[in-house]
Design a binder for this molecule. Structure first.
Ligand code: NI
Length: 139
């Protein structure tokens, strides 16, 4: 039986977005997306949690160095979303409606294959304190 440890790294970022479907009027988008469809943008303070799962390496006592995990998340995600407009500025969100669901999947895709030890287990995104969105890869 493998002894699996789950490591969570938390980061925060602030970003602007607008939820909308092209081709719908502002009123129709408001019906679908509420305040998040404001044509002149608005922001959220997001909290991101990245969970890596793996076995402890006997040589180091680590699954992976948490400092390295922090650097990977900052390089591939935070630097591309913090104080950005997710509709306009963030390459990995191009063509996606920036709902929390879509942001969560896109962040997973950004990190997939970049974790040197252990494996990416979950990406959790909090848009407010009261709800979070979690993705664990394709099933
Ligand atoms: Ni919003």
């Amino acid at each position: 039986m493998a002894k699996i440890v789950y490591i969570t790294r938390r980061e925060t970022f602030a970003a602007a977005h607008r939820l909308f479907r092209p081709g719908l009027t502002d009123e129709e988008n408001y019906e679908l997306f509420g305040k998040c469809s404001n044509p002149n943008w608005h922001g959220h303070n997001y909290t991101l949690e990245v969970v890596v799962a793996g076995e402890v390496e006997p040589e180091t006592g680590f699954v992976l160095d948490v400092k390295k995990l922090k650097e990977i998340i900052r390089e591939h995600v935070i630097s591309k979303v913090d104080h950005k407009n997710l509709n306009l500025d963030t390459e990995f969100m191009k063509g996606l409606n920036p709902t929390s669901e879509n942001i969560t999947i896109a962040i997973w895709n950004q990190l997939a294959g970049k974790i040197p030890n252990g494996k990416l287990y979950a990406v959790k995104l909090y848009e407010t304190e009261n709800n979070y969105f979690e993705y664990r890869g394709e099933e």
